[in-house]
Design a protein around this ligand. Structure first.
Ligand code: CA
Length: 231
């Protein structure tokens, strides 16, 4: 089996090397970049399985780099974990809206980082043996990790894909935010409930051009429901 490849983008050499050392010891292949320019050159050369991006980089912020990656059709499926020294909540939510899949606040232990990486990789991996699902105009192909409407592909990040996949297999039922966190994010990962709203918003935005945003319905005081019937 090929080792999973992680690209670590961090200008502080001591931190970068500490992370790289821990990951290599856990069986990952590690590439290092000290700014976004090096990171982009590295990704153009070889697509990593996961990006670890520090919030503060010398040439552009980690958030800007994350947005660039998510705009690139060849790279946007790469899961991203942000490293941040700022612990306040607004930054965390902003980081997620900027398309990171998770964040880790400094200082963190190598063990915590490894747990987050494994959780994000697990979520991003296509579930084996899943069939093609369809609901309304949407078709989800688990093998290719793609959601189609007619001939068009709906551009989805890994979390939105997981969310939609869960909804399509659990249609016509209402799920609270905490139930969605449990089922879609996995019980071991600590994320706040409003993270769900952030990803619901992004999912709707992605579905909007395909006239499918209305499938994701808000049920006041209860949570969210996937339904192909009009509200
Ligand atoms: Ca830094």
């Amino acid at each position: 089996m090929m080792n999973r490849q992680v690209l670590v983008v961090e200008d502080e050499r001591a931190i970068r090397e500490m992370i790289a050392f821990g990951l290599r010891r856990s069986g990952f292949e590690v590439l290092e970049a000290e700014d976004s320019k090096q990171a982009r050159a590295s990704m153009a050369d070889r697509r990593p399985d996961l990006l670890l991006v520090d919030w503060m980089l010398p040439d552009m912020s980690g958030l800007e780099l994350t947005r660039l990656v998510k705009k690139d059709k060849d790279l946007r499926d790469i899961p991203i974990i942000m490293l941040t020294a700022r612990a306040d909540e607004q930054d965390k939510v902003t980081g997620l809206e900027g398309c990171a899949d998770d964040y880790v606040t400094k200082p963190f232990s190598p063990r915590e980082l490894l747990a987050r990486i494994n959780a994000v990789l697990r979520r991003a991996a296509p579930a084996a043996g899943e069939a093609v699902l369809s609901a309304g105009t949407l078709t989800l192909d688990a093998a290719s990790h793609r959601v189609m409407v007619g001939e068009g592909t709906v551009p989805l990040g890994p979390t939105e894909y997981r969310l939609l996949s869960f909804f399509m297999t659990h249609a016509e039922r209402v799920y609270s935010r905490s139930q969605l966190l449990d089922r879609v994010w996995g019980g071991n990962v600590y994320v706040e409930e409003r993270t769900v709203d952030v990803h619901i918003r992004r999912l709707r935005k992605a579905l909007e051009p395909f006239q499918a945003a209305d499938f994701i319905q808000t049920v006041r005081g209860a949570g969210y429901r996937f339904s192909i019937r009009p509200v």
